[in-house]
Design a protein around this ligand. Structure first.
Ligand code: AVJ
Length: 312
């Protein structure tokens, strides 16, 4: 047998081989979230420019009293894309009747850590994390299917999906059995300068978060990206009403990955993320088209962010 180097992450390698061969070049934002990327994202959520996290938490704290009616005793809180599970605590504090917490996340280690921390702070709760990519269909373990569920999808993570994919996901969740309600957080369309600043912060944390993908590709997918040869860019795409993150090549260059070569011309970008922004009406329509009833749409005083309460 030849002793050739092997990619430590064949799924990432395969995704990168496809994404770099595409025009324009692109990668799914799900690849941001290795341990370093997940930790950088937590730093982003505390940046002065990054308003979504603290704004959504404020809405949830203000409305916590109104949430109590949406889950019966013994219900499970099921959170999609749970990350560090910070906002979860607001719901758990407001809903003492919840008996279990099921965080779903793509980053296994981060998920285990967050689940452990939460379980330690809420001894009443059965915490059962599920490593899953919510972009793909999720099989519910049997006991969970039969339990009443309050779904929680905060942070405007749904904004990473194309509008049609977001509709598909909402429709799939609508088919889950025994759901009492769905708490969905969505970032709103606003002044472009404010949006760009949130994705290109002065301290450069979002740039580091974006560039971390190149480090990950080098480490896990046999690539030789020169980080100094790319720069972070946040763009507002008005036609699609979304922020896009790009890694823009500073010069003509060739990158090796998994035994293949990929040319980048100067100014060419690797498109790494879409973050779609909604209007409240657009959010209502998205949910209604997927078969949900819209019970509430709560916003903050500045209309930066919306939390919708959907019912089956
Ligand atoms: C986790 C997808 C909600 O789109 O605002 C933050 C990710 N990217 N800064 C977002 C992100 C750059 C974030 N979501």
């Amino acid at each position: 047998m030849l002793d050739r180097p092997r990619a430590s992450n064949p799924d990432l390698l395969e995704a990168a081989l496809q994404g770099l061969a595409a025009t324009p070049k692109r990668m799914s934002p799900k690849w941001f979230y290795d341990d370093a990327g997940s930790a950088l994202f937590e730093v982003i959520t505390e940046l002065p420019e990054y308003y979504p996290t603290r704004t959504e938490a404020g809405i949830l704290r203000d409305r916590a009293g109104d949430l109590a009616g949406y889950a019966e005793a013994g219900a499970a809180l099921v959170e999609l894309g749970s990350g560090a599970s910070v906002k979860t605590r607001i719901l758990l504090d407001a809903l003492p009747q919840l008996a279990s917490y099921v965080p779903l996340d793509i980053s296994a280690e981060f998920l285990a850590q967050a689940a452990n921390d939460l379980a330690a702070d809420y001894p009443r709760l059965a915490v059962t994390p599920i490593v899953a990519d919510f972009m793909a269909p999720i099989a519910l373990p049997e006991p969970l299917a039969a339990t009443q569920k309050l779904l929680f999808f905060p942070g405007s993570t749904i904004g990473n999906l194309e509008r049609s994919e977001a509709g598909d996901l909402l429709a799939r969740l609508r088919d889950w059995p025994n759901v009492s309600a769905f708490v969905l957080g969505v970032d709103l369309v606003k002044d472009t300068g404010r949006l760009i600043a949130a994705y290109d912060d002065a301290a450069g944390v979002t740039a580091a978060f974006n560039m971390n993908l190149l480090a990950r590709l080098n480490r896990e997918a046999l690539a030789d990206f020169d980080r100094d040869a790319f720069r972070h860019e946040a763009r507002w795409n008005a036609d699609e009403s979304r922020i896009e993150m790009h890694l823009v090549s500073r010069r003509n260059q060739t990158v090796r990955l998994g035994g293949q070569s990929f040319g980048f011309s100067k100014g060419e970008s690797l498109h790494t993320e879409c973050s779609h922004k909604y209007t409240v009406d657009g959010l209502r329509k998205l949910a209604a088209d997927a078969g949900w009833s819209v019970a509430e749409t709560w916003t903050d005083a500045e209309d930066l962010f919306a939390v919708a309460i959907l019912t089956p």
